[in-house]
Design a protein around this ligand. Structure first.
Ligand code: DC
Length: 224
């Protein structure tokens, strides 16, 4: 497994940078998988959820509500690279806040150009909810990564335990269900698999096995 020049001309003579979209619900294993694919292929990686998380954190720090469209749009337009480096972007307040700001068209519009520019520069592996459908509809490979609600809740619960949080599994499962339902039901760029996405169910797979399955799909699609 080596980083075989993914930007090299394809048999069809295309030279567009390689973009790989990794979409799916919370705690399906997208981030770990996307990071590893990026490392193997020598491509930049972007966690697009972090953009929405940083917007939510800005809103909350300012004392505003993530459901207030004017406040959320202003936060999205004011986003700075340092906002993405913060250490407080993974708590439950930001989980819900990110999903709330992400439901707003003006917030999505404010973040779209940055995401497309990132992908166009040198190619990328990007994980999120709408990469294959909206941000990069021409991505060479589209994966939609899922797992059962129980498996995802259990993974997120373990993560939170690892951070020293004592929270019942049922509470984690309920929070996740609310967020996934909101992400899938919103009017603009709802979470859903692109028509040409390959579904990867990671229930029962560890990170290594999930990567192995994804790598076969990517190799087949890229011809590497
Ligand atoms: O991937 P994540 O859990 O860090 O994402 C946080 C929230 O951001 C998620 O609930 C929905 C939103 N999001 C989105 O709407 N579109 C994306 N491309 C990425 C994330």
């Amino acid at each position: 497994m080596s980083g075989t020049a993914p930007g090299a001309p394809s048999p069809e003579g295309l030279t567009a940078p390689v973009v790989i979209a990794v979409d799916g619900p919370a705690a399906a294993g997208k981030g770990t998988l996307a990071r590893r694919l990026a490392a193997e292929l020598g491509l930049p990686y972007l966690d697009t959820g972090l953009l929405y998380r940083a917007v939510a954190r800005r809103v909350l720090l300012g004392g505003g509500s993530p459901t207030d469209p004017a406040v959320a749009e202003a936060a999205a337009r004011a986003l700075e690279p340092e906002d993405l480096q913060r250490g407080d972007l993974r708590g439950p307040d930001v989980d819900q806040g990110a999903s709330q700001v992400a439901a707003q068209p003006a917030v999505r519009a404010a973040l779209l150009e940055f995401q497309r520019g990132f992908a166009a520069r040198n190619g990328a592996v990007m994980d999120g909810r709408d990469i294959g459908t909206v941000v990069c509809p021409d991505a060479r490979v589209k994966l939609f990564v899922t797992a059962s609600a129980e498996a995802r809740a259990h993974r997120r619960w373990l993560e939170r335990q690892g951070r020293g949080e004592s929270v019942p599994l049922e509470e984690v499962a309920a929070e996740m269900a609310v967020r996934d339902a909101r992400d899938a039901a919103r009017d603009v760029a709802p979470m859903r698999p692109a028509e040409d996405a390959v579904l990867l169910d990671t229930t029962g797979l560890d990170a290594e096995a999930a990567f192995g399955a994804a790598w076969l799909l990517v190799q087949a699609r890229l011809g590497v």
